[in-house]
Write a protein that binds this ligand. Sequence first.
Ligand code: GLN
Length: 279
Amino acid sequence: MSESSLTCGEALAEACARIDGESPRLDAELLLTEVTGWPPARFRAFPEATLEPGQVVAFRQMVERRCAGEPVAHILGHQGFWTLTLEVTPDTLIPRPDTECLVEAALSLPLPDKARVIDLGTGTGAIALALLSERPDWEVQATDLVPEAVALARRNAEHCGLPLTVTQSHWFAGLAHQHFNLIVSNPPYIEEGDHHLASGDVRYEPDSALVSGSDGLDAIRHLVHKSQYWLTPGGWLVLEHGYNQGEAVRLLFRAGGYSNVETRKDYGGNDRLTLGRWH
Ligand code: GLN
C-alpha cells in the first residue's frame, strides 16, 4: 500500500484533486502543516519528503472533513489574522483577510497616542487584538452578545498576551456610559435569504454574525445611530460592510451627521468599509 510511503507532493496532489472551493492547494497545505508542523515552504522545496503512516492517516481525515465542506479554520481550530494566530470555534465568524483592511484603515486615522477604542461584536477578538498589537498604548475594549464569543475573545487575548477588556453586551447596551476616540465593528451585514449563505464557509458560521435584516443593514443603521452618543468630538466610526453596500452606508453616515465620510476597498477591489468622523 502507498500509505507507508506517501510523499508530501503525492499527499498534496491527492488532496488538491479532491477538495472543492476557491483554494484547494492552500487548504491542503494548511492541513499538511497542521499534521507535520512543517511550513509550506518545506513542502514546496522538498515535495519528495516522506510522511509517516500516522501523518498520512491524520491528513486524509482532515481532507475528508474539508471535502464535506467544513471550513479549514474549524478543522485546524485556529486562523491567522494580521500577525496573530487566533483560536476559532463555530461560535463566531472566522476572521477574513478582507477585515485586515479595516484594521489598516483604523491605524491610518489621526488618533491620540492613548486612544480609547472599542470593537463591537468582536467574535474571536480579531480586530481589537490586531489594533492592540500595533498600538500597545491604546486602551482597547471589545463586546460580543454571545457568551461563547466573549470567552473565546478573552482566551485569544490571553494567548496573544494583549490586555483586551471584553464585555458581554448587545452593541452598546451593556456598557457603562463612556466616550471613545474610535469605534470599529465588522457587524452582520448579509441580507436575509441571500444566496451566498448557501455555500462555502458561511454555512458553518452563526447567522447572528452574518445576517442583519431584509437589506442587511439593520446592525449598521443601529451602530451609525448609536455611536454618536459614544464618540468623543472628532472621534471616528469605522464599519465593515458588503461589497454592494458602500453607497447606502455612506448615505447613512452622512444622514447621521458624520463628516469625512469615505468608503475603502478590500484586497479584491470591492467596497468593504466606510468611515466617518463625529463632530
Ligand atoms: N464577509 C463575510 C462574507 O461575506 C460576511 C461578514 C459579515 O457579515 N460581517 O462571507
